[in-house]
Ligand binder design. Sequence first.
Ligand code: ATP
Ligand code: MG
Length: 293
Amino acid sequence: TVDRLSDLEKLSVLGHGSSGTVYKVRHLRTSSLFALKVLRFGPNAADARRQAAREADILTRVDSPLVVLCHGVLEGSGDDHLCLVMEYMAGGSLHDVLRARRRLPEGLIAGVARRVLEGLRYLHGMGVVHRDIKPSNLLIGSHGEVKIADFGASRVVAAAAAVGPAAGGGDDACAGTCAYMSPERFDSEGFGDGGGFAGDVWALGVVLLECFVGRFPLVEAGERPDWATLIFVVCFGGPPAVPDAASPEFRSFLGRCLEKDWRKRGTVGELLSHPFVAKCCSTEGLVDDTFYI
Ligand code: ATP
Ligand code: MG
């Protein structure tokens, strides 16, 4: 574990999110690379801060090659931020990959599906519902291995931002956090009475469809996925349209993920034995620069 910020040398900025900034850093003594996520809190956010610390505590207990590991939780100077020392993922996020390649072939999409389902099986087995599965939270290692990042933490920090004085507009906050939400999560009831696990499966379905069509698939090209549009499409619309070019296996798989009634939706266990992911499923091509479609 890394226990002091002063042991780390800042190398570059890896990205910005709603909760803060992620830096590439080097541990001075061992020369190991890490990603340092700096979560910033507004003033008067003590509760949110404690809640984030508890989430960070869950992060440090997670231990699986399917999940981006957290090697330490560090307090910054002052109590307005918290730093998470994370495993460095050299391939960036699936969001970065999609920006570069736009679309992925079905073979790679099946590989992503399999890895994320295995990661969800692990997390759900620990009683952890991710609640924020989206391309920027699926990170890629140097050999193309896909891992789940940011479970829980981003939700808590987003809630903190919404009550703080520096809160952004409701619709802006939504654009980043609710685009992959399942129909039952738009309900005032919350996550349905199944504990919310099915919501992670819906989000995975949206992500995989996005990999196939090359853009966020639930709204028209160029349209903003704001709260009102999403309620209309996700809650009141028909099942999301899948292009004719998709294979029958992929179509059937997406149909099970994007089933609107969470009680009838495919479970992680069922989907892991679906023919779409049961065949090959390597994700090495995600970091192969010569491979573009
Ligand atoms: P949100 O705040 O809604 O979660 P986000 O996922 O884009 O959005 P962050 O989780 O702060 O925000 O991450 C910002 C970016 O930093 C990611 O999109 C990714 O490109 C990069 N990143 C995050 N964690 C790592 C990591 N462990 N290794 C390499 N890059 C990372
Ligand atoms: Mg993230």
